[in-house]
Write a protein that binds this ligand. Structure first.
Ligand code: F0G
Length: 461
């Protein structure tokens, strides 16, 4: 097969600044060994997130000029609304400034204290917004798919038996909705099959429960379906995406991902009463319903991005990039979540650094070393993020210690990815020299964003 090339050429460039190890060490020390504390200028290849960090197309930049900034009834809103309606089939299109605002508004209206919200796996903000309503966010990933290295095509599938069991256990009246995250970001960017969404729909119909999709990476999910699901080969990814949406009663989308723009979100639903209540909350906290916290030009960029994102050439390149980066990690001897996801590669730091116990944050140690060695910034998804501090003694560890290398859309070239592979190989070559860290100070909540750490003096903890 020929090389899968970037299906675009470059029109605008943004310089990135090489630094040496000394400078990076000083920057990291200044940031308290927390990569969130770095200045972006001190990062060479930034794989912290794929959220809002991609490049827009020339058509999107052109569309910005068409932005109608009218407070009410903007033409840009109508363009956005018609693209979202055509894609999702949902009647009521409610723009928000990003995904979590849509979560807050929707859950604020439908979730009550003591409720249980089933999901294949909640993303952090989704879980936090459910818990903020004093309800339980319950993940229903089948046990086999929780194995990091299990090569399953649809590791994001929701466990339908576990859903039935949950409904039997808590009763349908305490379940405001069933939700599915496509793709499963927290599980490694893993897709959900069309068959699984149909099966969940069937259960929802039987119990008269609404189904909502958290569809941040709907296009990547649709592409995986065309590549991996029996009977779906050769279908247009846009048609598959439409079918996924039409199996649900509504969705919320962080448009900073497959909206191919730098900001934006949307809540799209069929129920007119719920839509009216959500719009009232939107006015209270985001803005008038025809802009919802976005500028008219953002709505234009999003409308165009949502048309571009289901292009098979783009999706071929997109998914191949993650797979290519994963292959470089494997060549370097670094285990990863398998198969690679659509938007990111998740390195298994516990597998690479068995000498660093979870309470000494092996994934943070690996993420810091990738930065020190090559200016590459990833993010720890492990005991620093999810571990529970104990009053006297080490943290209760997270289930895994991973480093996520998320790929911004249309931003880096193959040689950038090759460079990341070289850095991975260098770091893997001296894995046994890496040391753990300890926390010097941490806030009460969401500590991974602002905690300060320092390296431990000896090799193990
Ligand atoms: N749902 C999923 C599956 C997400 O991945 C995100 C964001 C959100 C909801 C929230 O959307 O950021 O627009 O408010 N994920 C980002 C990430 C932050 O880095 O994976 P948001």
């Amino acid at each position: 097969m020929r090389t899968v090339i970037e299906p675009f050429r470059v029109k605008v460039v943004e310089p990135i600044r090489p630094t040496d190890r000394e400078e990076r060490r000083a920057a990291l020390e200044g940031a308290g060994w927390n990569l969130f504390g770095l200045d972006a200028q001190d990062v060479l290849i930034d794989l912290l997130t794929d959220s809002g960090t991609g490049a827009m197309s020339s058509e999107q930049w052109a569309a910005l000029m068409r932005g109608d900034e009218s407070y009410a009834g903007s033409a840009s809103f109508h363009r956005f609304e018609s693209v979202v309606r055509d894609l999702t089939g949902f009647e009521h299109v409610i723009p928000t400034h990003q995904g979590r605002a849509a979560e807050r508004i929707l859950f604020g209206e439908i979730v009550r204290p003591g409720d249980v919200v089933p999901n294949n796996r909640h993303f952090d903000t989704t879980r936090a917004n459910v818990e903020y309503q004093r309800a339980e966010a319950r993940d229903l990933i089948p046990p086999a798919a929780r194995e990091l290295s299990a090569e399953l095509p649809f590791k994001g599938d929701l466990d339908v038996d576990a859903l039935e069991a949950t409904i039997a256990e808590v009763g349908r009246d305490r379940i405001p909705c069933v939700t599915i995250t496509i793709t499963d970001n927290s599980g490694g960017g893993q897709p959900v099959s069309l068959a699984n969404v149909r099966a969940v729909r069937e259960v929802c119909d039987r119990h008269d429960l609404p189904l909502f999709l958290d569809a941040a990476r709907f296009a990547e999910n649709a592409w995986f379906i065309t590549q991996r699901e029996a009977g779906q080969e050769g279908r247009e990814p846009r048609e598959v995406a439409r079918e996924l949406f039409r199996l649900a009663d509504g969705c919320w989308i962080s448009l900073k991902k497959d909206g191919l723009a730098n900001i934006g979100g949307v809540l799209a639903i069929d129920d007119p009463d719920l839509a009216e209540r959500c719009r009232a909350m939107l006015i209270l906290t985001e803005g008038f319903p025809t802009y919802g916290g976005l500028a008219g030009r953002d709505l234009e960029a999003l409308a165009q991005g949502l048309l571009e994102v289901t292009d098979p050439a783009y999706l071929t390149y997109r998914v191949r990039t993650a797979e290519y980066l994963a292959e470089l990690a494997w060549d370097a001897g670094i285990p990863t979540v398998r198969p690679p996801g659509g938007h990111a590669v998740y390195l298994d730091a516990r597998g690479l650094l068995p000498h660093i116990p979870p309470h000494a944050y092996p994934a943070q140690a690996l993420a810091c070393e990738l930065y020190l060695t090559g200016g590459v910034r990833g993010v720890e998804v492990g005991t620093l993020m999810f571990g529970r501090p104990q009053p006297d003694g080490p943290d209760e560890p997270a289930t895994h210690d991973l480093v996520r290398l998320a790929l911004p859309r249309r931003t880096y070239t193959q040689s950038h990815v090759d460079y990341v592979g070289e850095v991975l190989a260098e770091v893997a070559g001296r894995a046994d020299e890496l040391r753990g860290l300890r926390i010097v100070s941490q806030p009460a909540m969401l500590r991974h964003f602002t905690a300060k750490l320092e390296p431990l003096a000896d090799r193990a903890a």
